[in-house]
Write a protein that binds this ligand. Structure first.
Ligand code: C2E
Ligand code: MG
Ligand code: MG
Length: 748
């Protein structure tokens, strides 16, 4: 076999195109294979094609003298533009066998085939011509040089078009496939690198380029988002600093004019993006003159990429809204849990997850209004952010709860709380804020992020309850307690449903006259097996879950109903005292609920006393004042329960509109001990100074009663006077009480 390259020199170096396909390499010349056993035919064809150029590429003839020779050549050469084949050089069928070989075994579908035949009678049938996509057949006599050239021009043009169609199809497929890949890229850098890779593949050029994008929120501030090849070092730089390479003028023009620019030196810059949206400029060293680039294909590429960019923008915004809190411009709970999950899955050990809650936020929100509340949240978010290192994650997890995730060195809970040491300026008003923090150390062993957030929440809740304004680390036993509380809560719900809760009543007396001054309603829970669950245990659980609101409503209306019955029976005391938790007091519907209970039982305000605890002191003063004043305006009296056990500040006694102080039984129990009467005495004096009535709780013996009388404590309740009792028992007790009061008065 002889094959010769009879055309011009290929000017491009082999290395530049090492990555390109054999097919495209061959396309740089038009290769024409002549299969004939007649050396003269070869010589004539060679002579006719030699030195000729078609569509900017040289014609090259290749020569095979037998079918076998042709076969081995066909298997090697993929870029044959044309085969001129002598149909009867060997056996009768061998010519068509070779055609079959070209189309099927060598899989050359675009190669144009011209059959040459010695005799005019040997024309192949039409079906054969169609089946094998044979361009033409000629008798040898017909093939003069001119005719041969004309035939070659037609065949090569047709081959070129077929290849272009193939190329476009492959490029379009590539564009479609790359769209899916690009849409999936996570960050914008990966997207930009992907665009470069895809463009290089579509243009069949090397991988030298860069992508510029605008920094978010800035109309002119372009920077290099991704760069490859010799531009690699420019990545991350602002655009004004990347002008050193003259080829990049093309890029600058494209940025300036917001359109595609073809450079003179092979550079191509594509401007991609919609007006008023994120746009990017892709620069690639196309190594080709722009006449070689298919403008339609580039058009499709740009249009597709622009849609992709738009969709990515939508996806990013969706992603942002799913993981971002716009009010405080911080990541939200979902983002935080995802990040914690990521860290905790690797079991880092030296990380802290802290939850920070604004004390009394909901009351502030109610009293000062939601706009003020929003400002407060923003200010606290900024204070926390300013106090944290950049690589610490800060997120808003709930209404007034922030999450912090960072290394032990960078996140110190005590310091975090100090970030609001000074009053915050909100709308020109200084506002003192206190924060509470619950935190957990990330364990060495992997754990789910959601579980760690749950542990920190348990610590936070505990801190809110017992250590407001401070920080508390999660301990395993808190988890066990939280689970026990959760169990108790579900049992309590069931008990409420099954009507296992009821009220008992404890009388309150004037200690001097023995006259009945009131009755305190106390809640009881008897389990199915007859056990009593103390209210000290289940009330906090009900408060925590909010269940206290409907439960408290039931207590109030039941107590009012009993009072109605006692009034009707003519044995009622002056008033019925009902315990009210701080959570109830904060409920917006509380007011209406109280009046409805009174109205439904036909009671007046004077028939009711509400016992609130010292924890109300934590509520904002204005809110508390207005609520209590409104209640008192209706004749309802207000007692401070368990006085002395909670907040040490006594100043609120002066400030708040109150009627009665109840000295906690803790101080009454120690009355008989040496120096044990000091606190009770002090409270009694304080009460009389402030014009409040003072009631002692937990009087268990006559001696205590005596001591209380001596210290000018007017009223009392306790086992010595009467145990808390059910409604029927109470009715009996009340019916006999005046007798008993007289008896005891005689004894005095
Ligand atoms: P509290 O309001 O201070 O109620 C007085 C508690 O002292 C009652 O305990 C009562 O049974 C007990 N007590 C009365 N006399 C004596 C005595 O002489 N000695 C001793 N050792 N104890 C005496 P109880 O019923 O277990 O209630 C405990 C707390 O649970 C109440 O304290 C109150 O804070 C809360 N509570 C009870 N019922 C309700 C309710 O309906 N709503 C709300 N929010 N809290 C309630
Ligand atoms: Mg009470
Ligand atoms: Mg009490």
């Amino acid at each position: 076999m002889r094959s010769e390259n009879l055309g011009g020199q290929d000017s491009r170096s082999a290395t530049t195109h090492a990555a390109k396909s054999v097919e495209s390499d061959c396309e740089l010349k038009w290769r024409i294979l002549v299969v004939d056993n007649d050396p003269e035919v070869h010589a004539a064809t060679h002579a006719a094609l030699q030195g000729k150029t078609l569509f900017d590429r040289p014609l090259v003839s290749m020569h095979a003298f037998s079918g076998d020779e042709a076969r081995s050549l066909l298997l090697r050469e993929h870029g044959l533009a044309m085969v001129i084949l002598d149909l009867v050089s060997e056996q009768a069928s061998s010519g068509l066998d070779l055609v079959d070989f070209i189309r099927h075994s060598a899989d050359l579908r675009n190669t144009r085939i011209v059959l040459r035949t010695g005799q005019p009678g040997q024309v192949p049938r039409l079906e054969t011509l169609l089946k094998y996509d044979i361009n033409d057949y000629r008798t040898k006599a017909e093939l003069t040089e001119d005719r041969l050239l004309a035939m070659v021009v037609t065949a090569v043009r047709s081959y070129k078009q077929l290849c272009a169609v193939d190329d476009s199809r492959a490029s379009l497929e590539l564009i479609l496939r790359s769209s899916a890949t690009l849409l999936e890229t996570k960050d914008s850098h990966d997207f930009a690198s992907g665009v470069l890779t895809q463009l290089a593949a579509i243009l069949k050029v090397g991988h030298e380029g860069l992508v510029c994008a605008r920094r978010s929120g800035s109309p002119h501030d372009y920077y290099v988002q991704a760069a490859t090849g010799r531009f690699f070092e420019l990545e991350g730089l602002p655009l004004d600093l990347v002008t050193s390479d003259p080829q990049l003028d093309t890029l600058l023009k494209s940025v300036e004019r917001r359109c595609n620019v073809y450079g003179d030196n092979g550079g191509l810059a594509l401007h991609i993006g919609h007006k008023d949206e994120q746009d990017i400029v892709v620069f690639i060293d196309a190594e080709k003159s722009h006449s070689e680039l298919d403008p339609q294909l580039l058009g499709v590429f740009c249009a597709n990429l622009s849609t992709l960019l738009h969709n990515r923008g939508l996806l990013e915004r969706l992603h942002d809204s799913a993981y971002y809190d716009p009010l405080v411009s911080l990541p939200n709970r979902a983002h935080f849990v995802k990040e914690v999950d990521e860290y905790a899955r690797h079991g880092t050990g030296d990380y802290v997850l802290a939850l920070i809650d604004i004390d009394d936020f909901s009351a502030t929100n109610d009293v000062m209004g939601h706009r003020f509340g929003d400002r407060l949240l923003e200010r606290v978010a900024r204070c926390l952010q300013d106090s944290l290192h950049d690589n610490v994650l800060l997120a808003r997890l709930g209404a007034d709860t922030f999450g912090v995730l960072g290394s032990i060195r960078q996140v110190q809970p005590k310091r975090l709380l100090e970030c609001v040491r000074l009053p915050l300026n909100i709308d020109g008003v200084p506002h003192k804020v206190s924060l509470t923090c619950g935190y957990v150390l990330l364990p060495e062993e992997p754990q789910a992020g959601a579980d760690l957030v749950k542990d920190a929440t348990i610590a936070l809740k505990r801190a809110k309850r017992d250590h407001r304004g401070q920080d508390l680390q999660y301990a395993d036993k808190m988890g066990a307690e939280a689970r026990a509380r959760a169990l108790l809560l579900s049992e309590l719900r069931e008990a409420i449903e099954n009507k296992r809760l009821f009220l008992v009543y404890q009388p309150q007396l004037n200690l001097r006259t023995h006259g009945l001054v009131g009755i305190e309603a106390l809640l009881r829970w008897r389990t199915e097996d007859g056990r009593f669950v103390p209210p000290d245990q289940f009330i906090p659980v009900a408060e925590h879950s909010g269940l206290i609101v409907p439960l408290g409503q039931w207590v109030l209306s039941t107590a009012c109903q009993t009072m109605r019955e006692l009034l009707d029976a003519g044995i009622a005391p002056e008033r019925m005292a009902v315990n009210v938790s701080t959570v109830q007091l904060q409920d917006p519907g509380f007011f209406a609920m109280v009046f409805e209970a009174l109205a439904r039982s036909g009671l007046q305000g004077i028939h009711l006393e509400l016992e609130i605890t010292e924890s109300v002191a934590a509520l904002p003063t204005e809110f508390l004042n207005s609520t209590l004043s409104a209640l008192r305006a209706e004749g309802i009296s207000i007692a401070i329960d368990d006085f002395g056990t909670g907040y040490s500040s006594l100043s609120y006694l002066e400030r708040l509109p109150l009627d009665r102080i109840k000295i906690d039984r803790l101080f009454i129990n120690q009355l008989l001990e040496p120096d044990g009467a000091r606190i009770a005495e002090m409270v009694a004096q304080l009460g009389s100074k402030l014009g409040l009535r003072v009631l002692a709780e937990g009087i268990e013996d006559a001696a205590t009663w005596e001591v209380l009388l001596a210290m000018d404590c007017h009223e009392g309740q306790g086992y010595h006077i009467a145990m808390p009792m059910g409604r029927n028992e109470l009715v009996g007790w009340l019916q006999t009480h005046p007798k008993r009061a007289r008896l005891e008065a005689k004894m005095e």
